[in-house]
Design a protein around this ligand. Sequence first.
Ligand SMILES: Cc1cc2nc3c(=O)[nH]c(=O)nc-3n(C[C@H](O)[C@H](O)[C@H](O)COP(=O)(O)O)c2cc1C
Length: 305
Amino acid sequence: MFDNNKKIFTAPLAGITDKPFRTILREFAPDVSMVTEMISCHSLVEGHKNCIRNFDNYADEGNIGAQIFGADAYLMGEAAKILQDSGAKWIDINMGCPVPKVATRAGAGAFLMRNHKLAGEIVAACVKAVNIPVSVKTRLGWDEAHKDWQDLIRVVADSGADFAVVHGRTRAQGYSGNADLPTKPDLPIPIIANGDIKNIDDVERVQSLGYDGAMLGRAMLGQPWIIGQICGTAEKPQNVGNVVLKHLDLIIDYYGAKSGVPMFRKHAAWYSAGMPNSAQFRIRVNQITDEGELKKIIKDFWSID
Ligand SMILES: Cc1cc2nc3c(=O)[nH]c(=O)nc-3n(C[C@H](O)[C@H](O)[C@H](O)COP(=O)(O)O)c2cc1C
């Protein structure tokens, strides 16, 4: 799993790294390791129809781990089985999400950093349920006073986790401040570094700290080719507008135009960031509900015939 490009991971980003965006990323980096958006074990096991990603098939998606969240070890194991059957190459368990709905109300995500025993039970249940690798994605700890990630890593490793991703912030930090990973300590499983990794220099920095791989999240927004540049498999395309149009088509195929057009607004904003007249472009995009009209203003903005 940790060969060549596979040491580079794309991060799970809820509402962003859906199947359409992953298709775009995969074109630039065929061998990169990806993680899906987080998926609720309840929603998956109950087969909620309104959550399209419950029905994704990963068989054609290359090296991809499916991420689940939840606080019920049995249901997490059942969810892991479903994802294995859908073609996921490994199961990733969310132990870092700070959103109150997940971390406090559901006792899942980052809350597992406060309950190592349950974290271990969840990993053990997933390891027992599937015959593919199981990883966890976590943070440095709950808050500044509880940066006990190394203890958590030892617990999940003892329970059978194959590797872990560590985001160099605490739950209390959310996404503010700088990610700050120390030199990699001696731990029993490979650790992938995450947080504020934006380019090849950052990848090399975390490698020099001893980490076994690097995971990029927000750096991919509006520039999915960055993953290809880091993996050495692609450059920035001549005309970004063609990528934007393809991404829009994929989103519409997947969600339908009614949901897809408004959903695409954030991507349009990221793709156009920093370009001349991008503010006016964004204002127009945010008013549009029609697929044809959206395509037209994208073509105009990027000068595509
Ligand atoms: C909009 C958004 C959605 C995210 N969704 C998830 C998620 O579903 N699962 C997860 O483990 N982390 C999630 N994260 C955290 C990222 O995977 C990553 O750990 C974090 O953004 C730091 O990495 P970066 O600085 O490279 O973006 C999310 C972050 C953002 C900003």
